[in-house]
Design a binder for this molecule. Sequence first.
Ligand SMILES: [Cu+2]
Length: 68
Amino acid sequence: MQNVTLNVKGMSCGHCVKAVEGSVGELAGVEQVSVNLEEATVAVSFDEAQVSIEQIKETIDDQGYDVQ
Ligand SMILES: [Cu+2]
């Protein structure tokens, strides 16, 4: 299991939290995803054998947020 914390710009409210946590959480291989609005971070625990960090970043990007 891999743990990564991404810096993500543009998340501002509960809707953003749901959009990011919901979409990333649906990916096969993602064990846990947690948004911290104050720090503008997304912490993800995932199985590298099933999903790549690039796929996770793309998914966040597709929701309209800017992964640093
Ligand atoms: Cu929002």
